[in-house]
Ligand binder design. Structure first.
Ligand SMILES: Cc1cc2nc3c(=O)[nH]c(=O)nc-3n(C[C@H](O)[C@H](O)[C@H](O)COP(=O)(O)O)c2cc1C
Length: 181
């Protein structure tokens, strides 16, 4: 079993593009770090089997979870995530929906913390243009925010920086290939 399980949902495929970037980045470090699941295809209890989780969810329908996460939301209450570290990434459209940009990050953060998870992978909210996000607390996103609608060219660097942040915060340094390290 890999040390990290990544669970994502996607309506129109943008989140899948980012999942591939995250996969490539981790795989360049060590091909055995990450297993990817579409939350539409597995029971939420699969999340319980990992101590380190990455959760990906775009914001839809003005400040709501993506449909498959919305469906899974109540079932999450069956999980005990105590002792687990969780990093969330979200996709949104900061110019189209500036008052609810990446709200799903905040909705899932609140839920996962209520289930005992420790959140990691916070990032600076600077460099984006929006007026409000439920995903921001004390000037930081409670994860990583991406905007494939408007600035997909920034995603590879944002993902790369975040993956290296997670290698540190997930304490995966011993998995580093000696050549990479
Ligand atoms: C009807 C509709 C509502 C949306 N609502 C929001 C929103 O409230 N906040 C936000 O940041 N993005 C919003 N978006 C943008 C999507 O989150 C964005 O396109 C995302 O990349 C879609 O990811 P997916 O292709 O993986 O489903 C909305 C898009 C549509 C079409």
């Amino acid at each position: 079993m890999t040390p990290i399980g990544l669970f994502y949902g996607s309506d129109t495929g943008y989140t899948e593009i980012v999942v591939r970037l995250i996969e490539e980045e981790f795989s360049a470090i060590n091909p055995n770090l990450l297993t990817v699941y579409n939350i539409a295809d597995v029971p939420v209890t699969t999340m319980q089997t990992y101590d380190r989780l990455i959760i990906g969810c775009p914001t839809w329908d003005v400040g709501q979870l993506q449909a498959d996460w919305d469906k899974a939301y109540d079932e999450l209450d069956t999980l005990d995530l105590s002792g687990k570290e969780v990093a969330i990434f979200g996709l949104g459209d900061q110019y189209g929906y500036p008052d609810t940009y990446c709200d799903a990050i905040g909705i899932l953060a609140e839920k996962l913390v209520s289930l005992g998870a420790e959140l990691v992978g916070f990032t600076a909210a600077e460099g984006y243009e929006f007026t409000h996000s439920e995903g921001v607390k004390d000037g930081q996103f409670l994860g990583l925010a991406l905007d494939e609608d408007n600035e997909s060219e920034k995603s590879p660097q944002r993902v790369s920086d975040w993956v290296w942040q997670l290698v540190d915060e997930f304490d995966l340094v011993h998995y580093l290939d000696p050549v990479t390290a």
